[in-house]
Write a protein that binds this ligand. Structure first.
Ligand code: ITT
Length: 193
C-alpha cells in the first residue's frame, strides 16, 4: 500500500521510510505538484497534525499521514514546543534554531527535555485516528554529531550519553518520538487489515 506523508520536511519522510521498510510505499507532498500550502494555525501538536492531514487528504487519494512534532524543554517552560521549526526566527527547520536553543540554555541546571510527535491518519478529508510518541532526554550545551536533523545534535535520549545525531538513524528510529508514534499507527493499520 501507498502512504502519503503530509509533510514538506524530507527528513521526516526519510525516517518514516526507514522505519516502515518495504511494508508501505512512502511518498510525501513533494511528490505531488500544486498541493496547497497548509497554514499551521493550531496551538497543539494534535491541532496542527489534524490540519495537515485533512487538508492534504482532500487532494491526494488513499491514506495520508501527518507528523507534527517538536522539542519541549522544561527550563524554558516547554518552549520551543509547537513553534520548534521557527524558533530561531526563520521558517523551515533553520540552523538558527540550534543557536537560539544553546543561547537560551546557557547556564541552566535543569537540562531535561522531550521530543513529542503526533501523527494523524486521514483519508478523503476524514480523520481515521491520531497517534503519539514521546522520548525523554536532555539538552547538551554544544552540538555533537552529524546525523539526523533539527535539534538532534543537542538532544541525548534517556539512557544514552550521546546525541541523536551521534547515535545514528537505527538507534534514533528505535526509540524516537517519531518511531514510537509510527509503531502505534502500524498497529492500528494492521488491526484494521
Ligand atoms: P511539516 O510541517 O511540513 O511537516 P516542519 O519541519 O515544519 O514540516 P513541524 O511544524 O512539525 O514540521 O515542526 C517540527 C520541528 O521540530 C522540526 O522542524 C524540528 O525543528 C523539530 N523536530 C521534530 N522532530 C525532530 C527530530 O526527530 N529531530 C530533531 N528535531 C526535530
Amino acid at each position: 500500500p501507498i502512504l502519503v506523508i503530509a509533510t514538506r520536511n524530507a527528513h521526516k519522510t526519510q525516517e518514516i521510510r526507514e522505519i516502515l521498510g518495504d511494508r508501505y510505499q512512502v511518498m510525501d507532498v513533494n511528490d505531488f505538484p500544486d498541493l496547497p500550502a497548509v497554514e499551521e494555525t493550531g496551538t497543539t501538536f494534535l491541532e496542527n497534525a489534524t490540519l495537515k492531514a485533512i487538508a492534504i487528504s482532500r487532494h491526494v487519494p488513499g491514506l495520508v499521514l501527518s507528523d507534527d512534532s517538536g522539542l519541549e524543554v522544561d527550563a524554558l517552560g516547554g518552549a520551543p514546543g509547537v513553534w520548534s521549526s521557527s524558533y530561531g526566527g526563520e521558517e523551515g527547520n533553520h540552523p538558527k534554531n540550534n543557536a537560539r536553543l544553546m543561547d537560551e540554555m546557557a547556564g541552566k541546571d535543569d537540562r531535561s527535555a522531550r521530543f513529542r510527535c503526533t501523527m494523524v491518519l486521514a483519508e478523503g478529508g476524514q480523520v481515521l485516528g491520531d497517534f503519539s510518541g514521546t522520548v525523554e532526554g536532555r539538552i547538551f550545551g554544544e552540538a555533537y554529531g552529524a546525523g539526523g536533523f533539527g535539534y538532534d545534535p543537542l538532544f541525548a535520549p534517556e539512557g544514552h550519553d550521546r546525541t541523536f545525531a551521534e547515535l545514528g538513524a537505527e538507534v534514533k528510529n528505535s526509540l524516537s518520538h517519531r518511531g514510537r508514534a509510527l509503531a502505534n499507527v502500524v498497529a492500528w493499520l494492521e488491526s484494521r487489515a
